[in-house]
Write a protein that binds this ligand. Sequence first.
Ligand code: NAD
Length: 484
Amino acid sequence: MVSRVIPVDPFDLVIFGGTGDLARRKILPGLFRRFLAGQMPPSSRIIGAARSDMDAEGYRGMIREAIAEFGGDERDQSDQIEAFLTRLEYVAIDAMGDGGWADLAELMQRDVVRAFYFSVAPSLFGALAERLHVHKIAGPQARIVVEKPFGRDLDTARELNQTLAEHFDESQIYRIDHYLGKETVQNLMAVRFGNMLFEPLWNNHYVDHIQITVAETVGVGGRGSYYDKSGAMRDMVQNHLMQLLCLIAMEPPSRFEADALRDEKLKVIRALEPVAPHHIVRGQYEARGDEPSYREDAENPKSFTESFIAMKCHIANWRWAGVPFYLRTGKKLRARSSEIAVVYKDLGHSIFEGDEARHRNILSIRLQPNEGIDMQVTIKEPGPGGMRLVDVPLDLTFAEALGESGHEISDAYERLIMDVIRGNQTLFMRGDEVEAAWRWTDPLIEGWEARNDVPKLYEPGSSGPEDALMLMHRDGRRWREIKG
Ligand code: NAD
């Protein structure tokens, strides 16, 4: 079965910060794949807008190199790359000044969707929004896309929301969390809400606990001094892990539609209980061989910032009362692996004599590597020898059955950008969600700062500090293995 490509209207997509790392590594190679898939109608264009002084030809050269460096298999299609590059324009622009704005206004086409990707530091959002308005480039139909970090606490997030709201309606603002663009995350909703089988068991009567792990193998080297002001809580938990938790825990929305879904996510965040200090474990990676320690990477010998965090959270509502949600994320861990696991309760009673293994159903949603969903079920081990039970994974992704090879699964960024062009906000965060997430996060951070909490050291290549293992062991549970 060939995957269906849904056409989009013609568009002008302006990428502020079009020469930056994110644009070259993710956005432009992703847009090239959408071009190949036939999702760039003939008059559609991508306009790079950044500080560097160059012309359209120079920009095309830069993006040719970016596709060669960061593209997948499609980077061999040189004719197609050249055809794609003809869709690119460039304007040298100063977000804080007046230079380039008249050129951009003139370049924009009429009667196409206008989208503006703010792939620049958040300190420039206000200046961009204002100039788009003053120069009459972005009217009420225009859309803007903003990147993380969306604030570093409740106050700064509020300020950003207010700044954007001066010139744009909430329905025009697309706050990206690329975790929501992942195929598997969307499939989680399809599996959960498209089958009779799961929803009746999706509660504290049947679920023992939920684990969410986002493990990385890289350290913070290269962006250490930036990361040191943020840490794992701000960089990963407040946004990505929180979004995953919301999708798992939310009530079924009445429709798969932006505000219906976002209302339900918001209710989850608001129902999150404060986390007790002894349910939070923060860590920092040590040095290994000639690899630097976190503090060396961060160029801050006295840093108390966490490169790892594990925590046990509770959601105070009828569905989840008593069900712990264990979250963990960190740098320099054993493998690059992200997974949500819904661990069901043990069977109350086993009828199989001599079967001592503790069988449990586990629904695991893997975001990376090898995106997929499977359900651990218990069956009889085939062959003679009596009733020996064995746990096996039941693949719920059926990638092969649907003819979707791993390579064809589009990247989260390109998928989300196409949603922007279609005007579909379902997989983007609403302003009140982001604020609610900070409202929950802020007191936890303030708490450990006030206590001068020192992160526990952990060995690079491990699963994090020992205390994180204890967080679950104390409850008679264990983390799932981090494996790539
Ligand atoms: P970068 O430093 O590589 O690029 C910044 C871009 O902004 C450049 O194109 C630069 O020309 C432009 N710029 C800077 N000042 C400007 C001005 N006054 N006027 C016009 N243009 C100006 O940054 P990046 O890594 O591409 O990140 C961009 C944004 O995306 C940041 O907010 C970052 O936090 C966020 N982000 C980046 C990544 C990533 O993987 N790089 C991931 C998630 C979020």
